[in-house]
Design a protein around this ligand. Sequence first.
Ligand SMILES: Nc1nc2c(c(=O)[nH]1)N[C@H]1C(S)=C(S)[C@@H](COP(=O)(O)OP(=O)(O)OC[C@H]3O[C@@H](n4cnc5c(=O)[nH]c(N)nc54)[C@H](O)[C@@H]3O)O[C@H]1N2
Ligand SMILES: Nc1nc2c(c(=O)[nH]1)N[C@H]1C(S)=C(S)[C@@H](COP(=O)(O)OP(=O)(O)OC[C@H]3O[C@@H](n4cnc5c(=O)[nH]c(N)nc54)[C@H](O)[C@@H]3O)O[C@H]1N2
Ligand code: SF4
Ligand SMILES: [Mo]
Length: 736
Amino acid sequence: MNDITKTLCPYCGVGCGLEVLPPAQRGKATKRDDLGNPIWQVRGDRSHPSSQGMVCVKGATIAESLDKDRLLYPMIRESLDRPFRRASWDEALDLIVTRLQAVQQQLGPQGICMYGSGQLQTEDYYIAQKLLKGFLKTNNFDSNSRLCMSSAVVGYQQSLGSDGPPCCYEDLEQTDFAFLIGTNAAECHPIAFNRLRKYHKRNPRVKMVVVDPRRTATAEAADLHLAIKPGTDIDLLNGIAYLLMQWGAIHAPFIDECTSHFPEFAQLISEYTPERVAQRCDIPLDSLEEVARYWAESEKTISLWSMGMNQSSEGTAKVRSLINLHLMTGTIGKPGCGPFSLTGQPNAMGGRESGGLSSLLPGYRSVKNPVHRAEVEAFWGLPPGQISPQPGYTAGEMVQALETGGIGLLWVVATNPVVSLPDLERAKAALARSPFTIVQDAYYPTETTEFAHVLLPAAQWGEKTGTMTNSERVVTLCQAFRPPKGEAKPDWEIFAEVARRLGFGDRFTYPNSAAVYAEYVQITQGRVCDLSGLSHELLADGPIQWPYGSLEKHFDPQPNREPNKRLYTHFRFPTPDGRARFGAYHSRGLAEPPDPDYPLVLTTGRLYGHWHTQTRTGRIEKIQQMYPQAFIEIHPRDALKLGVVENDWVDVQSRRGKSRFAVKVTKAIAPGTVFVPMHWGSLWAENAEANALTHSESCPDSSQPELKACAVQLSKVKSEFVEMGTVGSPSLIAKH
Ligand SMILES: Nc1nc2c(c(=O)[nH]1)N[C@H]1C(S)=C(S)[C@@H](COP(=O)(O)OP(=O)(O)OC[C@H]3O[C@@H](n4cnc5c(=O)[nH]c(N)nc54)[C@H](O)[C@@H]3O)O[C@H]1N2
Ligand SMILES: Nc1nc2c(c(=O)[nH]1)N[C@H]1C(S)=C(S)[C@@H](COP(=O)(O)OP(=O)(O)OC[C@H]3O[C@@H](n4cnc5c(=O)[nH]c(N)nc54)[C@H](O)[C@@H]3O)O[C@H]1N2
Ligand code: SF4
Ligand SMILES: [Mo]
């Protein structure tokens, strides 16, 4: 029976394999959503090496969201105060082409800007890079990975010489010690975490430590939870390094032969005495010594991290400080070892590989590097010098450029910035000033469609065939199993059609996405992320991990074979001298520390069931029921001070904005810190936006904003206001 389609879960970067079956199965009643649409059946793919048949609630329910509130055809309006009218593809694309040409004339190439997403497939990403960076001569392509993985990217680049997570999931089942910092993997990377949790349970000698200001589900599973004060990660990491030095628990031959800049680092950490560190991080001295002992005594150490590290005004320094510990102990490039960033989105990895940030070019290349530019120009058949040497706007610079009139055309693809950008009131005001905004999404409405002049309907998961790369560098072919809804088209086809209408026809004519991929993989040849041996045809037989070059001989027909499981197994790094680099950083702490006016630190993050801005999970009944409303976590001590109890409402005020949440009193959060989920935009609750409160201060190296911490004050909402119905209500479905 061949009505099973193999594909990948389109949510998180764990990248679980899925099998999809048609809604109607012989002998069984067809399941339907509440609008009567038949629901495709989804189950885990046991043959997928990353997930081995497992799925979490999001993957299991994905098909229930496919037919609700879809954007079905292009829509246009002259200004934001007018209603949209339906348009043909021809009319919408001609309008875009006319505007692109006008903006090029008036503002030059830098007046054009695209803001994309780690949820695009690699083929989409590649065509967008080719169009913007190659043919439209602007590097203004940034993606929501700026808010997500950019600190990891830059940390890897600076410390190891290239982006690219060096580990694989099997390492989670071969390690002696798992050090999890700034990651709530139990909720956000559940299937990868399950593999670790099971192995940890079976092997009592294996240790697991979680560093997080909250006692998350992840922390519950650990041997030791360090509830550090937000923003003190570098103190902790340097404090561990101090003890390792003191105890002589370092791998001297590795440091001598495979690294550089150790003396500067050794000098810097000499200030991080245990007493000082324990006090700065607000953790017991014993706990600091315990975690340092695990680092000292474990032969195989793996560290996992995500947004608690990256989303920080010192995100790159945090990442590099963590990598330092692996370099000190020689725990990299070996089974069960290494610094392992858990990627957020399903294809943020593919985005990085194909050049999807404003400083990158395809194949882990940099726009600043003249050799890289020349290679890509030659590959795309462009005249030498056509690719700009200037990095384009980052997400934050895009907001600034909108404010100053520097952008004449903004194209938003597969992201919902009117929920996800920091300092939302400022971001909204900037978007409202955009002379011409295209929003290309699968759903309508989203919070961002309110700011669009043109809406383009995108084919989404299951409606287009393309590839995605997960956190462990495994590439999976995501096969279409149903036609696009309405008039929707795959993102890459839309970009290619615009390119053809601009007159770049011969360079943007592809019969299908397999042909796009066949071109793309060639440009990765010889790079760290060498995918040049891959094709849709090969991937149709099963997922394959990179590096997988066309020049190497792939004797073993089995995917996921040993040689490409880990990077740097020969302990040579892609730096000019082949050595990994220590990076010495002092802790600078939070960009906006609490003070008497704003005495609490607000941190923001995710819940197990919801995906980001709810465009899909908000439309799934089971998930809605798991989280009836947005809430704020407060420690009992702070609740007492504020005079609030469970289910009271509080106004949360920062220097930039105000939101309102139901109170959840819990010891899972440290006193002085409060937590709100990021999932409720203005369509899903009246006034529960996390990002109304956050600020846009960013890491100087990665430009990743500090979404994890800002200073706030709380005040109890008097009950008469609540009764008047001014509180948030989770009711988009009711509205539409
Ligand atoms: N269910 C679900 N899963 C998802 C997603 C989703 O929307 N929903 N999104 C995906 C994406 S794109 C991403 S990026 C990942 C994110 O995955 P995670 O990074 O695991 O998720 P977050 O909840 O954003 O943040 C993780 C933790 O950082 C902690 N933290 C805050 N400040 C600090 C600090 O200063 N130091 C340390 N050490 N920790 C701190 C928070 O308390 C929080 O528990 O999840 C992916 N998976
Ligand atoms: N306060 C706070 N803010 C945060 C974070 C945080 O931790 N705290 N995390 C940040 C991080 S790590 C991330 S990754 C971002 C995520 O933030 P966003 O990217 O804004 O969130 P999503 O809801 O995933 O938006 C994806 C959009 O793409 C659409 N879509 C889905 N499939 C397709 C497709 O195939 N094509 C097209 N064209 N559209 C499609 C969906 O309908 C949806 O509107 O949020 C960031 N913002
Ligand atoms: S763990 Fe991530 S990839 Fe796997 S099913 Fe859940 S959301 Fe999808
Ligand atoms: Mo993310």
